[in-house]
Design a protein around this ligand. Structure first.
Ligand SMILES: [Zn+2]
Length: 267
């Protein structure tokens, strides 16, 4: 089996996780910028984080012969502070030329506030100006449907944005068609408990158009499973999906989306 992990917060993970991922067939890992579990005290914290994502972490992954790529932004949780958000947005262009940066992400909404929406629009503008791919985080639980609609509207409002160059992540049963019907890619994040588990993800896949869907673990500093994608592949196999169909979903699809960046490559 081979697969791509398109959304994992590896700075929070151990070398054992890298070892387990390559043993399971991981051929590339992509790391969106996100919340650290605490609010950073200033723009310097983001500068250091972007250096870590573009320099140190690819070197750490290289020790396991695993290509590592990243996405840059200020995450929605910290974008309530508009002054900080503008400062962070101003330093992102300095990092966009680094060889493993794929685009802007994970941007989006957390509580669907007015400030979050303004910062989302500024990120969309930044991506359009620099012709970057976009990775979007959608809110959890009761905010998800409304937040996903707001995000789709914000992306559609900017005529420079090509939907096939945007992936909207953390979709669930009630948001997947909204995202796919608008022409975007959809990401299904696999959680060990409470949210989308492997069985639910496979249910979604069996009822949706799978050509623009990827699955990811989004593993981070919280309770999460770096091997969630190969475990979902095992669930697909148990349900009778062919090896070819599984390969298309966990390797072919992310490769097609991420391959829109000439920088992306697999091991
Ligand atoms: Zn994430």
């Amino acid at each position: 089996m081979r697969y791509i992990e398109p959304h994992a917060h590896m700075v929070s993970r151990t070398t054992d996780d890298y070892e387990a991922m390559i043993t399971a067939g991981c051929a590339a890992v992509c790391e969106p910028a996100f919340w650290a579990g605490f609010d950073r005290s200033g723009v310097q914290g983001f500068y250091d984080y972007f250096c870590q994502l573009t320099d140190y972490e690819p070197k750490r992954a290289a020790k396991y012969a695993l290509p590592h790529f990243c996405w840059l932004c200020i995450n929605p949780k910290e974008s309530e502070d508009m002054v900080l958000a503008d400062e962070v947005l101003s330093i992102i262009p300095y990092f966009l030329d680094r060889p493993t940066v794929l685009g802007i992400g994970e941007i989006g909404l957390n509580k669907n506030t007015r400030n979050e929406l303004k910062v989302l629009e500024r990120h969309i503008d930044l991506a359009a100006k620099h012709d970057q791919l976009i990775l979007v985080h959608t809110p959890h639980l009761e905010d998800k449907l409304k937040g996903t609609k707001l995000i789709v509207d914000a992306l559609k409002a900017d005529s420079r944005i090509k939907p096939e160059r945007v992936i909207i992540d953390h979709v669930e049963e009630h948001t997947v068609d909204l995202v796919l019907d608008a022409g975007f890619w959809a990401g299904i994040t696999l959680y060990p408990e409470s949210k989308v588990n492997a069985a639910r993800a496979v249910d979604i896949i069996e009822h949706a158009d799978v050509h623009r869907i990827w699955m990811n673990s989004a593993c981070d500093w919280g309770h999460s499973v770096p091997l969630a994608v190969p475990r979902a592949a095992a669930e697909l196999r148990k349900r009778g999906h062919s090896a070819e169909a599984i390969d298309g979903l966990i390797f072919g699809n992310p490769q097609r989306f991420l391959g829109q960046s000439p920088r992306f490559k697999t091991a």
